[in-house]
Design a protein around this ligand. Structure first.
Ligand code: DGT
Ligand code: CA
Ligand code: ZN
Length: 584
């Protein structure tokens, strides 16, 4: 059996240091020690290079926030996969105490107090103590604080269970990259809801191809960022990581990777359809093979394409596999040609440092051009959004001069338009007068405030904006935030009907904490012929790369590039805008 060394990534190291900091704080250690670990964690998170390379060069102590002591701990983790210091600390302070810090408003001092005074070590025990009035007698506590803790636990329970794709995806990419470095592993892919790009995932399903599964399994469960091994078998293991994500790894021989990946990708309902189809063709379909029902002989598939082909189908993109008509469409040969990241040519909603963005107009435009975009709309916030430094009419007019200057400087490389993300105020009116809106090249109208209005009121409010002839795009239409806030209680049928009538475009905001419209509404909008606009809402150039989450949502909505304004060429976009201006 080859010797496997576990490979730490920047992210998993950072998580480990954050865990250490939490435990030290709960223990009551002096603050500067915990700060040192947090600083090191931040430094690792923001490091643009692989920490393993830095360690090899012997330049760890040159990293910000990394002194001799931390550098030694990094080296120990990287070379042995273990950290003696953490193991000893965990014997003193139960690891499960770190979970309690996730409760809103509960800090390490209180957690330490509960632990020392009442021997509370986990969420269940805390909940019972709060319910039975045991916390209120502790110093600084009362009946009110017990209530708050119970509300916090309930909120956590609502939130937990599912992780936003924006958190799960990068973590899984790290994990996959690591798996691919293991000896004997010929392929590693995401599966489950993660591969289908659902906006949240219950857990990570990861698949690896290897002839000999056991050493891969062993390396997986021994990863130092694994805090609990939930199951450990020869072909499937399940673990919990320090960041609380659960993952299962399935390992199959390369010759059977196709059926395995197909099975593990799901969804369950999609798989039920395929199994029915297989039975009709005289096969039973499992994760191991297609087995002929007459003679029990096996058809093994190394790729998913072979699985679908054996069933007489073209390969179906994972984002479609929700049993929403994709198997029927595949059979009929009518699957859509889905939009891809490379189809995006324009960004129609982003911010500069004129409002709450972090970069100048020039940096935003150059960053967009660098990524191959042909057109960018700078759409800073409007005047009433004070917390986002919204632009007064006067500043909006001044901004035009800067946009013109940057356009002159960058020349033909990219077209820069002046837009605005205009507040739809609580009464449904817009935040600039019509004559100011008329001067703008493009208007995005968004809800940010009073999202809790009753259904009829908030629906009518959004429809007023849709009907305003100056509005071109409705930004993140429902205002939801993943995972904490449901969107406004909109009557979506009425909203979509109004959009059809006015010709306004609806946004799929690509930020992973929004993905708004979601896949379901985006699909209905597209079916109704409403133009879609996929934007990153970037506040810095690197946010343009979040587009993949918006594109994934559009793919889950069966969207083709023609249906998305951002995929049109500059002339077509300008023509669309001109037409809308003419109709005013
Ligand atoms: P999640 O984790 O809740 O976001 O959703 P999934 O879709 O990742 O579901 P999960 O993690 O329970 O299962 C992973 C995959 O395993 C799923 O997409 C398909 C497959 N699978 C799980 N249970 C069954 C089953 O009962 N039948 C079939 N055919 N496949 C299953
Ligand atoms: Ca899953
Ligand atoms: Zn915005």
């Amino acid at each position: 059996m080859p010797k496997l060394t576990t490979r730490y990534t920047n992210q998993s190291l950072a998580e480990t240091f954050r865990l250490i900091a939490d435990l030290l704080e709960i223990k009551g250690e002096v603050i500067y020690k915990t700060l040192a670990y947090r600083k090191a964690a931040d430094s690792l998170t923001n490091l643009g290079r692989d920490i393993n390379e830095v360690a090899k060069e012997g330049t760890l102590t040159e990293l910000p926030g990394v002194g001799k002591a931390i550098a030694e701990k990094i080296s120990e983790l990287l070379t042995t996969g273990k950290l003696d210091f953490l193991n000893k600390l965990a014997e003193e302070v139960p690891l499960s105490l770190a979970d309690l810090l996730q409760i809103q408003g509960l800090g390490p001092k209180k957690v330490g107090l509960f632990w020392r005074e009442l021997s509370i070590t986990n969420l269940d025990e805390l909940k019972t103590s709060a319910e039975t009035g045991k916390l209120r007698h502790l110093p600084g506590m009362g009946a009110k604080s017990e209530e708050k803790i119970l509300a916090g636990i309930a909120a956590l329970a609502r939130r937990s269970g599912r992780t936003p794709l924006g958190i799960a995806w990068p973590f899984a990419q790290d994990l996959l990259a690591w798996l691919r470095t293991l000896p004997g592993v010929t392929a590693a892919e995401a599966a489950g809801s993660l591969r289908r790009m659902r906006d949240t995932v219950g857990d990570l399903d990861i698949l690896a191809a290897a002839e000999d599964s056991e050493p891969v399994m062993q390396a997986f469960v021994e990863r130092p960022d694994v805090i609990e091994i939930i199951g450990h078998g020869p072909t499937k293991s399940s673990v919990e990581f320090a960041n609380r994500l659960h993952a299962q790894l399935w390992v199959h021989p390369p010759a059977r990777f196709g059926t395995a990946l197909q099975y593990a990708t799901g969804s369950k309902d999609h798989n039920v359809r395929l199994r029915e189809l297989a039975l009709n063709l005289g096969y039973s379909l499992s994760e191991h093979a297609l087995k002929r029902t007459n003679d029990e002989s096996e058809l093994t598939c190394a790729t998913e394409e072979e699985v679908y082909a054996a069933l007489g189908l073209p390969w179906v993109a994972p984002e479609l596999r929700e049993d929403r008509g994709e198997v029927q469409a595949a059979k009929a040969g009518t699957l859509p040609t889905l939009i891809t990241v490379n189809d995006r040519l324009a960004e129609l909603h982003c911010h500069s440092n004129w409002s709450d963005g972090k970069a100048t107009i020039r940096e935003m435009a150059a960053g967009a051009a660098q990524r191959g975009l042909k057109l960018i709309v700078i759409s800073d916030h409007s005047q009433s959004l004070g917390i986002a430094n919204g632009l007064s009419v006067e500043r909006l007019q001044q901004q035009r001069a800067e946009i013109d200057a940057v356009q002159a400087e960058l020349g033909n490389s990219i077209r820069i338009l002046q837009g605005s993300e205009v507040e739809i105020k609580a009464d449904g009116t817009l935040d600039y007068p019509d004559d100011v809106l008329a001067e703008l090249d493009l208007v995005v109208a968004s809800l940010h405030t009073s999202l809790g209005q009753p259904r009829q009121q908030v629906t009518q409010r959004l429809i007023s904006a849709i009907q305003n002839p100056h509005v071109d795009i409705i930004g993140h239409p429902t205002g939801r935030m993943i995972p904490d806030r449901e969107g406004a209680d909109l009557d979506m049928d009425a909203v979509l009907a109004a959009a059809v009538k006015s010709g306004v475009a609806l946004e799929i905001n690509a930020h992973p904490s929004r993905l708004d419209l979601n896949d379901i509404y985006a699909r209905r909008a597209a079916e109704l012929g409403i133009p879609l606009s996929i934007n990153t809402d970037a506040h810095a150039p690197q946010h343009f790369d979040l587009i993949s989450f918006g594109i994934a949502t559009a793919r889950r909505a069966w969207v083709t590039p023609e249906q998305v304004i951002n995929c049109w060429d500059v002339d077509k976009i300008m023509g669309w805008l001109e037409n809308r201006r003419r109709d005013v």
